[in-house]
Design a protein. Structure first.
Length: 206
DNA sequence: AAAATGATCAAG
DNA sequence: TTGATCATTTTA
């Protein structure tokens, strides 16, 4: 699999978000390769985006990684229980990120299913297969992504994103982002993108 | 529909 | 130091 180069991430978050669809998120854990196809993302555009953690140039220990170079991993913990993985994009001092919201499981299926449900993939019910990675918290559980991945270099060998298949053709749907009602006018920006018709998209109807 | 559950952040 | 908030998931 061809790893995406640093340049790829140096574009604005909306551009990177759209291009990330169909690519493969890969995590090497304990010598095994966990991978999933990216099917749903959201762009957070930083200082001018009220939904972004970096709105108004908010700069804290948590958001610090966003101010550095592109191609690094921003992981945050939400609701005291779940982790969400983001990709840092754009230039230094432009704190933009792309949230990865859903994956289609590709490899390491047994490891993923054990993490989520405590049993092998072949023993899962159909509903459990869909629920393996169809949400930002769920995919982090399955892929074993946690705060130890904060700051990981996507151009490294532990956690990275690889080029998708050239014959994987799909339509992109854009919609409002999920669960950002607090963000006033930004709540309506169409910065969520997903692969039309893919069964692993978290909320296809919105 | 509502609980679970704790880090994070801004206010004081 | 504290209290409200929260880019979610699960269970009911």
């Amino acid at each position: 699999m061809q790893k995406l180069p640093r340049d790829f991430y140096g574009q604005d978050a909306i551009t990177v978000a759209r291009k990330l669809l169909g690519k493969y998120l890969v995590h090497n854990v304990e010598g095994e390769e966990l991978a999933g196809k990216i099917v749903e993302v959201e762009a957070y555009m930083g200082p001018e985006d009220k939904a972004a953690h970096s709105y108004n140039y908010r700069r804290t220990q948590r958001t610090e990684i966003m101010y550095g170079p592109a191609g690094y991993v921003y992981v945050f913990r939400i609701y005291g229980m779940y982790n969400c993985i983001n990709v840092v994009t754009a230039e230094v001092d432009k704190p933009q990120v792309v949230l990865i919201r859903a994956l289609e499981p590709v490899s390491g299926l047994d490891k993923m299913s054990v993490k989520r449900y405590g049993k092998k993939y072949s023993e899962l019910k159909k509903s459990q297969i869909i629920n393996l990675t169809n949400g930002p918290g769920k995919l982090c559980m399955a892929m074993e992504i946690n705060m130890s991945n904060y700051g990981d270099d996507l151009c490294g060998d532990r956690l990275y994103i690889a080029e998708g298949s050239t014959d994987d053709k799909f339509d992109i749907v854009s919609s409002k982002r999920i669960n950002i009602d607090y963000a006033e006018e930004a709540a309506d920006y169409p910065w969520r993108f997903y692969i039309k018709g893919n069964p692993f998209v978290s909320k296809p109807h919105i």
